[in-house]
Design a protein around this ligand. Sequence first.
Ligand code: FA5
Length: 512
Amino acid sequence: MLDRIKEEMHLYEKKVLKALESEGRKSTPEKVLELQGLTIKAVMSAAGSLASKNIIEVHKDVEEVISLSNDGEAYAQEGLPERRILNVLKQDKSIHMKDLSSKSGIEPSEVKIAIGWLLRKGWATLDKGEVTISSSGEAAPEGSDEKFLTELIRQELILQKLSPDFQEGYGLLKQRKGLLKVNKKPNYTLEVTSLGKELLEGGIKIREEATQITHDQLKSGRWMNLHYRAYDINAEHPESFAGKTHPLQRTIEEIRRIFLNLGFTESRGTILESAFWNFDCLFQPQDHAAREMQDTFYIRTPQDTLLPHEDLVKKVKRAHEDGGETGSEGWKYQWDPDVARQSVLRTHTTCVSARFLNENKPPLKMFSVGKVFRRETITYKHLPEFHQVEGIVADKSINFRNLLGILKEFYHQLGFQVRFRPAYFPYTYLSTECEIYLPEKESWIELGGAGMFRPEVLEPLGVDTPVAAFGLGIERLAMIRLGIKDIRMLYQSDIGWLRELAVTHRLEWEEI
Ligand code: FA5
């Protein structure tokens, strides 16, 4: 154990310890540096390191050093103002207050204070403005305050070491503002502990250590005979914070990895979308509450978008009005193409699925990650701008059970147990919502919606297989996974929190 400690000791630590030994195991850094020819920085750093290993103790006591301010220096040279007045009074005996400044050369602002001290010291009396020298004024020897001032011109004094006489002088001068400066100065004493004593008793050899091996030493084989210091793997080190991906981005990447691994194709839509793809194509009636200004951001420029090919528009119109060929009765109202042309910030990513189905033939598996926008009041679980991951699986054999299986698998891979409950979306039947329990809120939080796309959605798009669809909120997932109680934390750039989060590797992710 002792040998191990010695092995790990730095050369400077050994030197400091040796110097302390020669000084009776207790000394100051200044003495150590003198003995060993080290810099004060080297001594202090070695002392800190020795102290952290409990080999020495570093005692610090703070001394207060008294020196003169500029005003103090002027007083010390010219004399205290009451002394200067006294010198004039010794000749004139009695002077009216108003003449004191001109006769003594003391600033008018200081005269009052000086008179105060004259009276306090008993050097003069004051009667109706007349200042008259007293008998003790005639004799007045140099006071302790004056002696203290004179000494301070010669040298700085340490408060803790003042003689009683100087203590009195200091007490008096301290009562006057701005004459003295008091600076704290730390003094260190290094003292060997019992562990340090044991190490010294076992003998400490000071020998040069190899720090950097040269090419020559390697070539000649001399490196084998050099002395190396052992690593101290418990040594203190400065904290370092590695750069890392933001946790929300990390969650997005994890989600992408899961779907890519499950064989899904990734698709991207646009944030600016037409009401047609965001709502109409998904069989959301044009008077649906979600389309109201309170829920959806409508865009002024461009206000309108182009509708897709006529055939699709016609079919969507019929699906809304009377069901068309879909086997449904529709919503029974007059569908307005102008309402469908409006441009919106997409309120969900389901529009990406609709567009994908329009362009691709089943069988297919597609997912998409992106930002969506809603006019929401911000709460611990609501943001007006958040991410969703959307997905569809289209195949002759796909059914609602498969959909639940996919969602279970997805959440399972992220470490969640979810429950499903019946739900309603205009574009799916059957429909469901997945939820997870938040113990600290004692409530269930909804993570996403899903269902089988309705014929009113599929028929106009020309899709003749069942399509399982889902849309899941990402921020809520991230919030629960990171153990944060408020969704806003994800957007607050709280550097303390971000620093504490574990670093994860991206490796294979870089290419995706
Ligand atoms: C939808 O957006 C549907 N399009 C999902 C869907 C797709 C159903 C395909 C069927 C088929 P919903 O409005 O419930 O559903 O939003 C889905 C998820 O987004 C929610 O479960 C929630 O996790 C998240 N979310 C919704 N609003 C907010 C919000 N304001 N802040 C943060 N996350 C939200």
